[in-house]
Design a protein around this ligand. Structure first.
Ligand code: UP5
Ligand code: MG
Length: 192
């Protein structure tokens, strides 16, 4: 537990691995605050007063990682505004420098949930979701780019935290409920 009592859990995994789905289940049972970096960026992109909207849109459409100043600012603001002290940060950090920056300047994570999912399974989930999601990155061209960026830029983040012995690897090709059964016990000891 960091000074001030803040607990941060990073929920990481490839595109479509089920980060959002599992975080919703955790919120329902434990009441932690769920901060999806992707959702925060999409919200900012749609804010007409934001100067970063066009940039965010371009990066998301290309499956690229938005410069971290923008993302860290959005996450930190939500953390400061919250009365809660246990946060699930979903889909961030996505790059080694982001992980190092956040650990040094915001807080060290309590642990990492790494949703480890087969690429073909993730691809089928995203294509299916793309039929109705309206997300500009749920198309086959962008999905392939997201996989490449995940492998090249985001997997090193998992390795970085593995060296610190902070990673719980959760296989997640089974149903959402079955995956959640493996996650739930890891959270039971944490109190608000
Ligand atoms: N589904 C989920 N679990 C299932 C299961 N066990 N069995 C069967 N189906 C399952 O799930 C995806 C779909 O699969 C859903 O239809 C779900 O019902 C089904 P979801 O829970 O949404 O998976 P998630 O891992 O959250 O997938 P998401 O698409 O959100 O992951 P990404 O990491 O690709 O997207 P994110 O929103 O985090 O980021 C989008 C973009 O924003 C990035 O590509 C990047 O451009 C930008 N970004 C940054 O630049 N910086 C950041 O820090 C974060 C994002
Ligand atoms: Mg998500």
């Amino acid at each position: 537990r960091a000074p001030g009592g803040t607990i941060v859990i990073f929920v990481l995994g490839g595109p479509g691995s089920g980060k959002g789905t599992q975080c919703s289940k955790i919120v329902k049972d434990f009441g932690f605050v769920h901060l999806s970096a992707g959702d925060l960026l999409r919200e900012e992109q749609q804010n007409p007063n934001s100067k970063d909207g066009d940039l965010i849109k371009t990066y998301i459409k290309e499956g690229l990682i938005v410069p971290m100043e923008i993302t860290v600012k959005l996450i930190s603001k939500k953390m400061q505004e919250s009365k809660s002290n246990i946060f699930l940060i979903d889909g961030f950090p996505r790059k080694l420098d982001q992980a190092e920056f956040f650990c040094k300047n915001v807080v060290e994570p309590h642990f990492i949930l790494f949703l480890d999912c087969d690429k073909e399974v993730m691809k089928q989930r995203l294509l299916k979701r793309g039929e109705t999601s309206g997300r500009i990155d749920d198309n086959i061209e962008t999905i392939e780019k997201r996989f490449k960026v995940f492998k090249e830029e985001s997997l090193p983040v998992i390795e970085y935290f593995e060296e610190k012995e902070k990673v719980h690897r959760i296989p997640c090709t089974e149903s959402p409920d079955e995956v959640y059964l493996k996650i739930r016990p890891l959270l039971e000891g944490l109190s608000k």
